[in-house]
Design a binder for this molecule. Structure first.
Ligand SMILES: Nc1nc2c(ncn2[C@@H]2O[C@H](COP(=O)(O)OP(=O)(O)OP(=O)(O)O)[C@@H](O)[C@H]2O)c(=O)[nH]1
Ligand SMILES: [Mg+2]
Length: 203
């Protein structure tokens, strides 16, 4: 498995004015709360504990920024769609995410993490609307694939690819079994370098 460049925690932000300088390239990990964003980030970077993972949904409430080098960053976006989050906080989340996707000049692409058992939630569709309005590349990780049988996995990726069409690429992924880690690394590094690494995959 090829190594991922070493990554370090940079900062956590709750407000746009706290974001790190908007230069170089940044790839953001987005997805529903509890989908497995932080676990995917850890598996891809090869750092077990880089992004905190939790069994309690909604734990990551800030944008956590990580740096590969002064010109390349990763961002772990706060999980959305957690029902128990108060409305005021959800509004804050919505504005923060929309503002981030619309105004972040260095945003080079989004890794949209979906639980493969519940793909394409309303929140995923919302994120896809924001990213396509900005013409941003999106790579979908259908994670927790270890929870699905082969037939179910194949049916899921087929359905997702059909639904998103040109708007995104997609692959199966498991942070537990380390399935699809190489492919995801290539995509992330490709986005950071300003190009798509691979063509659409059927898994
Ligand atoms: N079986 C399985 N479980 C996983 C996988 N990835 C994550 N999980 C579990 O799913 C739960 C949520 O994972 P996180 O990585 O914390 O999810 P998140 O999207 O970062 O969640 P928030 O930060 O709360 O939005 C944890 O209990 C993980 O152990 C996977 O590939 N397979
Ligand atoms: Mg998280």
């Amino acid at each position: 498995m090829p190594q991922f460049p070493s990554v370090e925690f940079l900062t956590s932000s709750w407000q746009p004015h706290q974001f790190p300088a908007d230069q170089g390239a940044e790839v953001a990990f987005a997805g529903r709360s509890n989908a497995g964003k932080s676990s995917a980030l850890n598996a891809i970077t090869g750092r077990k504990d880089l992004a905190r993972t939790s069994k309690t949904p909604g734990r990551t409430q800030l944008i956590n920024f990580f740096t590969l080098n002064p010109q390349q960053r990763l961002a772990d976006l706060p999980g959305y769609g957690y029902a128990k989050v108060p409305e005021k906080m959800r509004d804050h989340w919505r504005k923060l995410m929309e503002n981030y996707v619309e105004t972040r000049e260095s945003l080079a692409g989004v890794v949209l993490v979906m639980d493969s058992r519940h793909p394409l939630t309303d929140f995923d569709q919302q994120m896809l609307e924001w990213t396509s309005a900005q013409n941003l590349p999106v790579h979908i990780l259908l994670t927790k694939a270890d929870k699905l049988g082969r037939g179910e996995s194949m049916a899921t990726i087929k359905k997702v690819l059909q639904t998103v069409g040109e708007a995104a690429t997609a692959q199966l992924f498991s942070a537990v079994k380390k399935t699809g880690v190489d492919e995801a690394r290539k995509e992330v590094l490709g986005m950071l370098a300003g190009r798509r690494a691979a063509t659409q995959s059927d898994g």
